[in-house]
Design a protein. Structure first.
Length: 599
């Protein structure tokens, strides 16, 4: 029994010794941590100066939400951390997040009077409200994020959200910061970086329409190249805004007055990345070194590239929706968009809207189409006479043959350009549609027939391989557009004499095949419109053919041939110039110097 008690006592002594040693080690570790912490605090103070207290902190997320978007703002950097657009979805039906997490940089870069380099994006701001979720339904609401810089000095980001609005007020207020920031800095650099996530099914189109846009102060807007893998622009002029634009959505920083300058660039991301491009903007903002309190007024746009939505802000943001240039843009802005909006007021299905819009356009162009058909019909009824000229004059005398044909047309009052000019006048509308459909957010994720999304391609077959230029899928509307184009051109060529143009038959197939290749990944709304336009054109030509008598056309032309041909002043001047040129060539061949008439 005694031995047992001694054994227990010895075990207790060993356990007590072990615990004592562990306590001693823990105390040594705490002393080391305290020493390291003290050293770190001295290093932080030496490195960040007045901003030392903002280096460490716990990141919190504060949410501002209205009917159209949910904005998460982080205390780290005081920056927008992520934005969800509530009325839209990604192509896979998941929530549409404009940007998310640490894929952004958003803050000032400057030097202090003690030559310390400060980057506010990595410092912790303090929210001046205990409410972590701010809902905006009736009245606007404000969130203030403050970055302390010592006693009575601070910088504030003031976010103001309105109900049902994609624009957020963003003011930067600085109090006594002129005592902190280096006195020779009258321009502060605002560093803004953004990885643009993939949102759409058609990566090719999305890349093509994703770019960095900017607007010169009270002048036109410009953009970096969309076709290059990277592009950069140093701007030493004032700017009104800078926008990181995706195909259908944008994140923009709009100046209340103007930005001083900017260094803008983007870099295309790898094909297998979840991002399309990385945007970077270093924006210069004016800083008054002699003012204790000052505010830089700005706004943030998080929203869709919807023409009428952007136009309401009266800042030129509607140019983000690229509708072409000059006359093409005018057609889209003054005709196509109002018509599209008007039809959308009482028709829900966008496939039907495109159908009615095509019918309206074709009806408005009917006089030109009729004039083109009549010109072609006049040339067709003269085909026997043209064949007689071709038989009479050999191919070797092509110029003489062409002059004889033109003389025949002139005699009967037929203009060979009469059929081409009306068609040329329709091209601006075709080009306007080419610009309108791929950028029209109204078509995004709108289904029609087999197409699940009219803003991108309508694949009916996914290929296990990639065909260069064509892609890895088969779009049915593009196929139908190609077939109807070939059919329409074949009908037109059958009504026109193409003997003088042997390459016309080849061209008849070459152009539609090229369209098939290049439009395979384009908006289904665009190829559907072209297909409808072709079908209506074929129907119109068939109606004209059945209702117009070529015998009457020939009789009228023969009656015209008996009338004296009136020459226009242009024709008289042209003939006079041709005679002078012929005389000069004759004199030159005889070695005579040209005589110059003295006035």
């Amino acid at each position: 029994m005694q031995r047992q008690r001694d054994s227990i006592m010895l075990a207790n002594q060993e356990e007590q010794a072990r615990l004592t040693e562990e306590i001693r080690k823990a105390e040594d570790m705490l002393w080391e941590i305290a020493a390291d912490d003290s050293l770190r605090q001295r290093e932080i103070l030496d490195r960040f100066g007045a901003f030392a207290d903002a280096v460490d902190g716990e990141e919190q997320i504060i949410t501002m939400e209205n009917e159209v978007m949910k904005v998460h703002i982080s205390t780290k950097g005081g920056r927008p951390y992520s934005v969800e657009l509530k009325n839209y979805k990604r192509h896979d039906k998941s929530p549409l997040i404009l940007f998310d997490g640490d894929s952004t940089v958003f803050g000032f870069k400057f030097f202090t009077q003690n030559h310390r380099s400060i980057v506010t994006n990595s410092l912790f701001f303090e929210p001046q409200s205990e409410n972590s979720h701010i809902r905006v339904a009736v009245d606007s609401a404000t969130l203030v994020m403050r970055l302390n810089a010592g006693e009575n000095a601070y910088m504030e980001y003031i976010y103001t959200m309105k109900p049902d609005d994609y624009m957020i007020g963003f003011d930067v207020r600085m109090v006594n910061m002129n005592r902190i920031i280096a006195g020779n800095q009258n321009i502060l650099d605002f560093d803004w970086q953004f990885y643009s996530p993939r949102q759409e099914k058609g990566a090719k189109n999305e890349n093509q329409y994703t770019s960095l846009h900017y607007k010169y102060h009270q002048e036109d807007t410009e953009r970096l190249s969309e076709t290059k893998d990277s592009d950069r622009k140093e701007i030493r002029m004032r700017l009104d805004w800078v926008v990181f634009k995706q195909q259908f959505f944008s994140w923009g920083l709009i100046a209340g007055q103007s930005f001083a300058n900017a260094d803008l660039q983007f870099t295309k991301q790898p094909e297998n990345s979840r991002f399309t491009k990385k945007f970077e903007a270093l924006i210069g903002m004016r800083f008054e070194t002699n003012q204790d309190s000052q505010t830089i007024p700005m706004s943030l746009y998080f929203g869709p590239n919807h023409y009428n939505t952007l136009k309401q802000y009266d800042a030129g943001l509607e140019t983000l929706v690229f509708l072409g240039r000059s006359i093409i843009r005018g057609i889209n802005r003054l005709i196509i968009i109002p018509m599209f909006k008007w039809l959308g007021g009482f028709i829900d299905n966008y496939g039907i809207i495109i159908l009615f819009m095509t019918l309206i356009i074709k009806i408005c162009l009917l006089p030109l189409t009729f004039k083109s058909y009549m010109s072609t019909a006049r040339m067709r009824v003269l085909k026997p006479q043209i064949d007689e000229i071709n038989q009479r004059i050999p191919k070797e005398k092509a110029m003489e043959r062409q002059q004889a044909v033109m003389a025949l047309y002139k005699k009967f009052g037929v203009s060979p350009m009469g059929g081409c000019l009306p068609m040329v006048l329709q091209f601006p509308i075709l080009f306007a549609m080419f610009r309108f459909f791929p950028t029209s957010i109204e078509l995004r994720q709108q289904s029609f027939l087999w197409a699940t999304d009219l803003s991108t391609y309508d694949s009916i077959l996914d290929l296990p391989f990639i065909i260069p230029l064509y892609g890895d899928h088969v779009s049915l509307f593009t196929l139908l557009m190609t077939v109807t184009t070939i059919f329409s051109m074949k009908i037109s060529s059958g009504q026109t004499d193409t003997s003088a143009m042997p390459g016309m038959k080849t061209m008849m197939y070459f152009m539609p095949v090229m369209l098939l290749v290049f439009l395979n990944s384009f908006s289904a709304g665009l190829t559907y419109y072209y297909c409808l336009s072709n079908i209506i054109t074929i129907a119109q030509n068939e109606i004209f053919k059945r209702s117009i008598s070529e015998t009457k056309i020939l009789a009228k032309l023969q009656a015209n041939s008996t009338k004296p041909v009136k020459k226009s002043k242009f024709q008289e001047k042209l003939e006079q110039m041709q005679k002078q040129q012929t005389m000069m060539q004759a004199n030159k061949s005889q070695g005579k110097k040209p005589q110059i008439k003295k006035k």
